[in-house]
Write a new protein. Sequence first.
Length: 559
Amino acid sequence: MSAKTMLASLCIIATNVFAQPSSPSVQRSEPFPEPTSGANRLLFMPDGNTLFFNFTPRKGIEVTVYNPNHQVSATTRSSIRSWSNWRMYTSQLRGLYAINGQAVVFLEQQIHLKPALYRLVFDAHSGALLSDTLVARLSRPNLLNHHVVSSNPEEIPSFVIKKDPDSDFYGIAMTNMGTRNAAKRIRVLHFSPHHTLLNDAFFEVPDNHLKYIDVADMHVNADSAVFLATFAYNNGVFYTRNSRIIIGKLQPGHRSFQTSVLEHTANMQVQNAALQYNRQDGHIYLLTTVQSRTTEEKPIMRTNLINRFALLMNVINPDNLTVKNHYFVRHNLLDTYAQQHLQYKYPYYGEIQDFRLNPDGSVQLLMEETDVTTRTIYDSTLLHFKTPTTNTITHLGGIGLVKLGADGKELDGYAIAKDQRAEAFINTFALNKRNQSGWTFRAADNWMNLSGFCSYDFFSADGRDYVIYNDYPSNKENTSERYRSQKTVYQMSRTNTVCAVYDGHQINKTWLYGEPAAGESRFTQMEMIARKPDGKSFATMMIERKEGHKQAYIVWVTL
C-alpha cells in the first residue's frame, strides 16, 4: 500500500470516528430518598442555580438549591400562609417560572368552592418563601353555563398563565364559569417582571350569535402585546354548533382586545390547541385538533374507535391578525415508516402532543398513540352497599415524529415502538402543557398514579433527534421494530431510560444512564424535565433501583 493510499485510509477512518455521535453527558447529585408523596418540579435560574421543589400536604413546600457545580447550597421548608398545607393535595400547578431573578410558582386552589390563584415567590439562593399573594378569585362555577370543549371532561382550567420565553413579562387568562355573559367570561391580566399590572381587559366576542367562549392558548410578547386564542361556539345536543376560532391581541394603552375571527374554522368542532410565536419569521402558529366529522379532511388521529381528528395549522400575522396560511397536516411518510418498520396494517393514528418551531423554518410535530379506557369497580360492604370506584387508564403506544416544511408539506417522518400503561387520563397536547400546568400529585388514594414517568420527551441537537422514554430492557434489546413484539410497561420501577437517536437515516438506541446490570433500574420522572435555553441540556429526577433499594438523584444531561 502506498503512502498516499494509507494516508487516505487513515483520514477516512478518522472521519468516521469523529462523525459518531458522542454519548450524552450526565452529572448526578448526591442521592436522597425517593419522594413517594406529593409533587416535584425543577427550575433553572439565570444565575446557574437549580431549584428542586417538593410540594407535600404535610411538610409544606421544601426547596433544595443546587449551585452551578450541582452541590446542595441550601434547603428550606416553607408553609403557605394563605391556606393550610393539607389543601396542597387539591391545588393545581398553573406555572413555574424564573422571573426577575426569583422563582415564582402559580397555584390554583378552591376557596369556598371558588377558584383562586395564588402567586408564590421564592428566593433563588436560599429557597425561602418570600411571599404568597392572592392574585385573583372567581365566582363559583356553574357547569350549566359551560360546554366542555376539551376532550378531557375533567380539565376545565380557570387560570392559564404564560410567560414570554425571551423576557420576564407574563400574562394570566381567567375564565369565569359562573357567568353566562360571554363578554365577561374571559379576563386577561398583563404583568411586568416586577409583578406590576400593565393591563387588564375582558375578551369580547365580536359575533353576538356565539354564546360561549373558552381559552385555547396564550402568548406574551414582552411588554408589547398579549395574544389570546379562543374557542367561540354554541351548544348542540351532542356537540358544539356554529363554532369559530377567534384570536385577539391586547396592547399597552388599550382597554380592549383587537380581535379577528378565523372564518375558515367556521362550524369545525375544534377541541384542543397550542399556540407559539415564531421569532424567525415573526408569525403566530396555532395548531388545533378538529373532529373529523365536522370537516371533509381525512382524519390522522384518534383516541378510540369513535373519536377521530384532523390536525389544522394556522399561521397568523401578529400585526393585523390576518391568516397568512392554513393547512391540514398529512403525514404519509410517517404512515409508510410505521407500516414498513413497525408492521402496522393501518396508517399511524397517534394524537398530537406538542410541536416545535425550528430555526430553519420547519415545524416538528410530536405525536403519540393513546387509548383511553375507564373501568368502574363496585366494592361490597358488610351492609351490602356497593361503592363505585372509577379508574381511568391510558395506554400510550408508538411515538410518531413528523417534520414539516414552511409550506406545511411533510419532509420526514418516523416512528418508535413503545407500549406503556398509565393509570390516569393523558390528554391531547400533554407534552406541551406537562411541565407548567397540572401535576401528578401522589397521595394515599392515588399513590399508584405513575403517569409522570410515562410518555416521552424530544430534543434536537447537532442535526440529530433525541427521544427519551422509560422502557423494559427486553424491549430495548429486541432487534425487531414490530409493535406487537413490545411488552407492555406496567412496572415503572423495572424500567431504564432509553435514548433513541435519529440521524435522518436510522435509529440507534442506547441507555441514557449507562448499561444497567441485571436487576438494576434507572428511570426518569418525565414530567420533571426542565430545559435550558440551548435546547439540548436538561435536568430531571432519576430513580435508581439496586437490589430492591431505591434512591433518587437530580441529574443534569447534555446531549
